[in-house]
Design a binder for this molecule. Structure first.
Ligand code: BEZ
Ligand code: FE2
Length: 409
């Protein structure tokens, strides 16, 4: 127990309450939570850190959906309409990716660290972000993305996908998890989806997909109509969808999956998400900027469907800050009860995000990985703390990941 540490914050945020007069003993994981005198007796050689007045120890934040490869965007992409954005991504993709090398991607990753994000899910289209993600201080779920609607291209695209997945499986570092992303129902051929999900099942990998992000997607999957009609005609000489939403979701029946956006769900789809233990990833800023709807969280809550919160990439956001993301969601969901919704948002970047990703983190509790952040509150927390955390963007003075101090001193 050479690396044991004991930290004494003024307050600790447990899942159900805030406590004071307790300390946390940890190495890679949280070993014991008890009064300081008790811990120092058990671990007399521990490194001791005593924090200032009004410091709050809380779980590190988890950003389950971010596109690191697109971190170069600030003003290049067209916002306001999903299809116009997609055309602008296709037009600018090569430039955006070539102009954002490892250093530029690492900057985005470090910005997340500054913002208290200790785990992220990287949606990797081309593995250009592999090196930056391996070097990251954070835990990384590296979602190798599969895309391609054209049957003629299927073998080549699948070969490329498997090569990227294999490369990510070679990575040997603590907190790095190779995983799979299916781009979307409109962009991945069913034959490819089936082959990828067979790998996911055999190797017990985490799985994610974009789903029901835009009205254009809704119309294309339902009727092969709408704004995607011209897109597919022009780009691929394709005049109908490759599958409908129901056929798409059936592929995922045996694998609890993280579905991103889900702002255009119908009743059947809500039941399917519920029946197969899927989770929705809520990216409110991205939805607003791309001209899409706001997630109907009430409809998910009515069916106890888990939902979590993520930033999406800098291709559809102006920052990678989950505190900002939660605050925007709080204001977009103006009908939601203020304090309990703020608390649900916090759960969506901590305990519920960890559950959805299958990671042993997201909570200050014995046995959990020591992914923890220190927030400098300015006075004593009260029952409205969840709201205050979203409103005031307090200073984050320390970030621990797997017990290692990665920000602060
Ligand atoms: C495709 O590769 O088939 C595709 C990519 C993006 C949007 C739609 C389709
Ligand atoms: Fe995305």
């Amino acid at each position: 127990m050479d690396n044991m540490q004991i930290i004494t914050p003024h307050y600790i945020m447990f899942h159900d309450r805030v406590v004071t007069n307790l300390s946390v003993a940890f190495e890679k994981t949280i070993v014991k939570i008890a009064p300081f005198e008790e811990l120092i007796e058990i671990y007399p050689d521990a490194k001791v850190t005593t924090l200032r007045e009004h410091s709050l120890l809380m779980p590190g934040l988890i950003n389950a959906h971010v596109h690191i490869e697109f971190s170069g965007n600030k003003t290049s992409l067209s916002y306001g309409n999903f299809l116009n954005w997609l055309y602008s991504v296709i037009e600018n993709r090569a430039n955006l990716i070539n102009d954002c090398g490892v250093e530029c991607m690492s900057e985005a990753i470090d910005a997340m660290l500054e913002n208290g994000i200790t785990t992220f899910g990287a949606i990797s289209s081309h593995a250009m972000d592999l090196e930056a993600c391996v070097k990251a201080k954070q835990n990384v779920v590296f979602f190798n993305e599969l895309i391609g609607s054209q049957a003629a291209m299927a073998d080549a695209l699948f070969g490329d996908f498997v090569a990227r997945l294999d490369a990510s499986k070679q990575v040997q570092r603590e907190g790095f998890y190779p995983a799979v992303a299916i781009h979307s129902p409109y962009s991945v051929h069913p034959v490819l989806i089936k082959k990828a999900i067979d790998i996911v099942k055999n190797e017990n990998l985490k799985l994610t997909a974009h789903f029901m992000e835009s009205q254009a997607e809704r119309e294309w999957l339902d009727k092969s109509e709408g704004e995607f009609k011209e897109f597919f005609q022009d780009l691929f000489k394709q005049d109908r969808n490759i599958s409908n939403a129901k056929e798409f979701l059936e592929h995922f029946n045996e694998v609890p999956t993280l579905f991103t956006h889900a702002v255009e769900l119908n009743e059947d789809e809500i039941q399917t998400l519920k029946n197969h233990n899927h989770t929705v990833i809520h990216c409110p800023i991205s939805n607003r900027l791309l001209g899409n709807k706001t997630l109907n969280i009430q409809a998910l809550n009515n069916e106890n469907i888990p939902w979590i919160v993520a930033t999406d990439g800098l291709s559809s956001n102006y920052g990678l800050d989950l505190f900002e993301e939660m605050k925007i969601s709080l204001f977009m969901h103006a009908d939601a009860p203020l304090i309990s919704f703020a608390k649900a948002l916090l759960d969506g970047v901590t305990i519920n995000a960890a559950k959805a990703l299958g990671l042993n983190t997201g909570e200050i509790a014995e046995g959990k990985n020591a992914d923890m952040i220190v927030i400098d509150l300015e006075d004593e927390p009260n029952e409205q703390l969840p709201l205050h955390l979203l409103l005031h963007r307090y200073n984050i003075s320390k970030v621990y990941i797997n017990g290692k101090l990665e920000k602060g001193n």
